[in-house]
Ligand binder design. Structure first.
Ligand code: ATP
Ligand code: MG
Length: 406
């Protein structure tokens, strides 16, 4: 079937009042970005719908890319024909021939925006239905309540549009409409899922990853980049900010009692994330914490850690069970990467029994022995920012090192 366009229906954003224009413009830009490799495609983001003119491009390929764009509720491959009953019949006939193998029930659902068109909706439904029943007497039966196939016919000023499939979009809000967030991305299972969920609510994420060579290996860094690559398809591209953390961890280990190693390390991470965010004009910090999952993820611990920032620390997977997080990780294809074995900078320095109820006064006190400013400055000086695009490969550049692990 040679479809001429993909008709895209907006999700939640249809209800966003005067912000609507921003939402639609952003979605249009995001769709263009997602489809940029299709030279012939033209995107028209209109008030009620978004239209992707295929101009001969393969509709399956285009739809596969559309599936990753947040802010889309559903979409339908559509064929535009000239404004005659005959042309409408031919297109509908081709749709049935292609989509119905043995038998199916069907109905026609016509909408008419052009009231000068000779047939009204009732007449189009009846006559087109009759035509198809004549053509496919053994295949088709009418069922207006619960049909297998609904052929939608829209009579508009510039043509008649037919579609029969409705495909579920990614939902959520267009990336960028909520502003910029800084994601603290480890190589674990939870933080990539948290990043995905934040992006789904319209956040444009930048990844912050702390690494501690030589305690952490180059492949740990490559893995965090590859996880970012997996998420880049939802945003077009993602900035990856790698921040050296070795000196800080060594200092914490030296100066801070074992029970507070985790708390003070986390406070340092959050201080750095805050400083980076201020430079880059972000609005909130995101992490992959889930309440009660490990020692540092109690409310007491969150209180002691958040003491160092005035910004919101948002936790998209806070209330999710591990099994629920894993399910999403599998759906977004980050799980297999996340479970690759390697030492994270936290794992290396994790004390055997961190405090589950750290005290904020004590954390502040132990930090008095550290040159916080200097440590942060040196860490920030070593920061490196790269832009990660979908399809890029970071793991296989390190094939040799990885071969040992797999
Ligand atoms: P994850 O699976 O996301 O690593 P986790 O359950 O293993 O989470 P922790 O390792 O305690 O939990 O980390 C909690 C959160 O702290 C992570 O979700 C992430 O947001 C942040 N974090 C941990 N390590 C790093 C790191 N090396 N760089 C950036 N952020 C980190
Ligand atoms: Mg972890």
């Amino acid at each position: 079937m040679q479809y001429t366009e993909i008709m895209v229906r907006y999700g939640e954003l249809s209800t966003k009042g005067h912000n609507k224009k921003n939402f639609i413009d952003r979605l249009g830009a995001n769709v263009r970005q997602a489809l940029h490799k299709f030279d012939q495609v033209k995107v028209h983001a209109q008030a009620d719908r978004l239209h992707v003119d295929l101009n001969g491009e393969n509709y399956d390929d285009v739809m596969n890319n559309l599936k990753n764009v947040f802010g889309i509720q559903t979409f339908s491959p559509t064929i535009k024909v000239e404004k005659t009953f005959e042309a409408t019949c031919q297109a509908a006939e081709a749709m049935v021939a292609e989509q119905v193998k043995d038998h199916a029930t069907f109905k026609i659902e016509t909408k008419r925006a052009d009231h000068d068109f000779a047939m009204d909706t009732f007449e189009m439904n009846a006559k087109l239905g009759g035509y198809l029943l004549d053509k496919f007497p053994d295949k088709l039966k009418v069922n207006v309540h619960n049909p297998d196939m609904t052929i939608r016919v829209e009579i508009r000023l510039n043509g008649i549009y037919l579609s029969s499939e409705t495909i579920k979009g990614a939902g959520g809000l267009p990336v960028g409409t909520a502003g910029k967030g800084m994601m603290m991305l480890s190589g674990g299972i939870d933080s990539p899922v948290a990043a995905y969920l934040g992006m789904k609510r319209g956040v444009s994420m930048e990844m912050i990853h702390f690494f501690s060579p030589p305690y952490t290996s180059p492949q740990a860094l490559a893995k965090a980049k590859q996880l970012t690559e997996k998420l880049a398809k939802y945003a077009g591209s993602i900035k990856f900010i790698e921040v050296p953390f070795t000196e800080i961890q060594e200092t914490v280990k030296e100066k801070v009692p074992e029970g507070y190693l985790m708390t003070v390390q986390r406070r340092m991470m959050l201080r750095l994330a805050t400083a980076i965010m201020e430079k880059r004009h972000g609005l909130a910090i995101f992490n992959g914490e889930s309440l009660g999952q490990v020692a540092s993820q109690t409310m007491e611990s969150m209180l002691a850690i958040e003491d160092v920032t005035n910004y919101p620390v948002l936790r998209p997977v806070l209330s999710y069970d591990k099994t629920e997080i894993i399910k999403i990780a599998e759906d977004i294809d980050t799980y297999d990467l996340s479970i690759l074995p390697y030492e994270d900078c936290c794992t290396v320095f994790t004390p055997p029994s961190p405090k589950t109820k750290p005290n904020v006064e004590k954390a502040r006190l132990y930090e008095k022995h550290m040159d916080i400013e200097g440590l942060m400055q040196r860490s920030m000086d070593g920061m490196k920012i790269t832009t990660i695009h979908p399809g890029e490969d970071y793991l296989n550049q390190n094939e040799d090192v990885f071969a040992e692990l797999l």
